[in-house]
Design a protein around this ligand. Structure first.
Ligand code: CP
Ligand code: NVA
Length: 303
């Protein structure tokens, strides 16, 4: 059984295939609609955290492909509390053809994959956000016509989004410069894992240095879901990493700006940049739909 838990589980050839499939499904949708290749299939969506993009894009993707999606809230499932994860996985596998899960602990989505007899998709964990990375790469591919050889600069907190971005960059031949303050950088094991995948990874505490040769400038919230108690402390440390007009002037003029959203405008990104001519934020958000259609069709439709 194939799952989609981490980008690192996928080869370059498979990721290229998924990106081509995503572009095809996007074009097909925009030319009148997708064929109902997942007709009769149901995706169970387990959410332990809030979501706009992940929830709506998976739901709409299933609808466009002829299937259906079920939203299962934290209160209903009580994953690992009301019922054990192996039991939830096996019960759900009898009802649905695929499971998407947004969890706190990465081990929980891995346990679902271990016990389910249907494909399991990671819709974000504290460790990684692989569906986001696929939409990011689709957006970069659309804009530049290629991914290999590009330099991505990531500014701010090194988190789940950074890790999946790094894994996708490694597999697809882009390089990554991460600028983050001391204490919020990749742990040594994460650096080793990414470099082990062949990633050209540069780490610094200097935002300007990171963006100087960047084709893509990426940022995310300083306080991820589950870290809310630290938000005041984080707001004091991260301002030098804000993606603002001054910083953009230090980057090549062709550089584009990405953000997985939700944005905390005025913190990690300014309105001027988020709504400016170099921003691809809303194309990137829409691409969640198209990238995830490819993942769904690949895993549940055998394409
Ligand atoms: N980018 C992203 O995953 O957004 P949501 O948290 O709204 O799903
Ligand atoms: N790093 C963020 C991403 C949100 C899509 C979080 O985990 O909250």
């Amino acid at each position: 059984m194939r799952h989609f838990v981490d980008i690192s589980d996928y080869s370059t050839v498979e990721l290229d295939h998924l990106l081509r499939l995503a572009s095809h499904l996007k074009l097909e949708w925009k030319s009148g609609g997708n064929r109902p290749v997942l007709g009769g299939s149901v995706l169970g969506m387990i959410f332990q955290k809030p979501s706009l993009r992940t929830r709506v894009s998976f739901d709409v993707a299933m609808l466009h492909l002829g299937g259906h999606a079920l939203y299962l809230s934290p209160q209903e499932i009580g994953l690992g509390q009301r019922e054990s994860i192996p039991d939830v996985a096996r019960v759900l596998s009898g009802f649905v053809q695929g499971i998407m899960a947004r969890v706190f602990e990465h081990g929980h989505v891995k346990a679902l994959a271990q016990w389910a007899s249907v494909p399991v998709i990671n819709g974000l964990s504290d460790f990684s956000h692989p569906c986001q990375a696929m939409a990011d790469m689709l957006t970069i591919q659309e804009h530049f016509g290629r991914i290999a050889g590009l330099r991505i600069a990531y500014l701010g907190d090194t988190n789940n989004v950074t890790r999946s971005l790094g894994e996708a960059a490694a597999r697809l031949g882009a390089s990554l410069s991460v600028a983050s303050p001391a204490g919020y950088q990749f742990a040594p094991d994460a650096v080793a894992a990414l470099q082990g995948m062949g990633l050209d990874l540069m780490l610094s505490e200097d935002a300007v240095e990171a963006v100087r040769d960047a084709d893509v400038i990426y940022t995310d919230t300083w306080t991820s879901m589950g870290q809310e108690a630290e938000s005041a402390k984080r707001r004091a440390v991260f301002p030098p990493y804000q993606v603002n007009a001054d910083l953009l002037r230090q980057a090549p003029s062709h550089a584009v700006v990405l953000h997985c959203l939700p944005a905390h405008r005025g913190e990690e990104i300014t309105d001027e940049v988020a709504d400016g001519p170099q921003s691809l934020l809303f194309q990137q958000a829409e691409n969640r739909l198209h990238a995830q259609k490819a993942i769904l069709v690949h895993l549940m439709g055998g394409m």
